[in-house]
Ligand binder design. Structure first.
Ligand code: C2E
Ligand code: MG
Ligand code: MG
Ligand code: MG
Length: 280
């Protein structure tokens, strides 16, 4: 280590860091091109009511098919977009596309359309000045009613207060619903509920995975449904993969769930073609 020998930490030999930074820069440049050439698209995953399996809501999830790299996971490129700021433009595209889609479904499916559209919003987007105004403008332009939009934010995005919390308040003022995504995995899950007004808790998949084993996860999932109901919030169980999990969640009091068991995220034609009620 050069740091040990020379004491200059800036010149420490760390090829893995160089590679990471280089890869992030390459990915960032590729994303810029992807935005300009339309390589991004959205897929849609149903959120269903228990126990009847009716599709009440839907979450939009971004997909990127790079011409040479192939499928790139949002778990890999969203953090890069947050770093280089491209998330602001990308996020605005997601918002416009998802809201426009929701309006089209209402027009074509009527009452059989999902009642709500969920859109993921990253920390950087939420903290960006003018974000609530952007949402208001997209709603006005697409004609989507505010109560039909749920913005999914993470605990980290509102941890520490500041502009992000004000943005949440402004958005709710518009009539938009706010969901805390991956709930229970952040730094201050329960504490946040005292200061940040939200409508929905999306209980993280990690509490759902072993729910049928009657261990710690089941205890936490039970506590979280009680907190939700006690505070007048809606709870959604994430990452439900089996019928057994669905049954157990319903027994614990969950009325909404999402996961591969009910439907994977699919492109719009497949979503349109899939049944509006699934077997639970
Ligand atoms: P998330 O918002 O918590 O979305 C749920 C993720 O879990 C999605 O992964 C979804 O495909 C996956 N999933 C759903 N049901 C199941 C299941 O039963 N089992 C398993 N194993 N996985 C399930 P995806 O699409 O890869 O997205 C990963 C994350 O990337 C999202 O987590 C979200 O944080 C972020 N993301 C995706 N799309 C967007 C977007 O448009 N904007 C922003 N800012 N972030 C996005
Ligand atoms: Mg989400
Ligand atoms: Mg989630
Ligand atoms: Mg998640």
């Amino acid at each position: 280590y050069a740091a040990k020998a020379g004491g200059d930490s800036r010149r420490r030999y760390a090829p893995e860091l160089d590679d990471e930074a280089g890869e992030a820069a390459r990915l960032g440049a590729a994303m810029r091109i992807a935005l300009d050439t339309g390589q991004f698209r959205l897929v849609y995953q149903p959120i269903v009511s228990l126990p009847d399996g009716r599709r009440v809501s839907v979450e939009a999830l971004i997909r990127w098919e790079h011409p040479e790299r192939g499928f790139v996971s949002p778990a890999d490129f969203i953090p890069v977009a947050e770093q280089n700021g491209l998330i602001v433009e990308l996020g605005a595209w997601v918002l416009r596309t998802a809201c426009a889609q929701a309006v089209v479904w209402r027009a074509t499916l009527g009452d059989r359309a999902p009642e709500r559209m969920g859109v993921n919003v990253s920390a950087r987007q939420l903290a960006e000045p003018g974000f609530p105004e952007l949402v208001a403008a997209v709603l006005a332009r697409t004609g989507l009613e505010p109560q039909r939009l749920t913005l999914e934010i993470t605990e980290t995005a509102v941890f520490g207060g500041g502009r992000a919390v004000q943005a949440v308040k402004d958005l709710r003022e518009l009539g938009v619903r706010i969901a805390l995504d991956d709930f229970g995995t952040g730094h201050s899950s329960l504490g946040l509920l005292q200061t940040v007004p939200v409508d929905v808790l999306k209980v993280d998949k990690s509490f759902v995975d072993d729910i049928t084993l009657a261990g710690r996860e089941a205890v936490i999932a039970t506590a979280l449904i009680q907190v939700s109901h006690g505070l007048g919030l809606t709870a959604v169980a994430e990452g439900v993969e089996t019928a057994e999990q669905a049954t157990e969640l319903h027994r614990l009091g969950y009325r909404l769930a999402q996961g591969y068991h009910f439907g994977r995220p699919v492109a719009e034609p497949d979503f349109l073609a899939s049944p509006t009620t699934v077997a639970v």
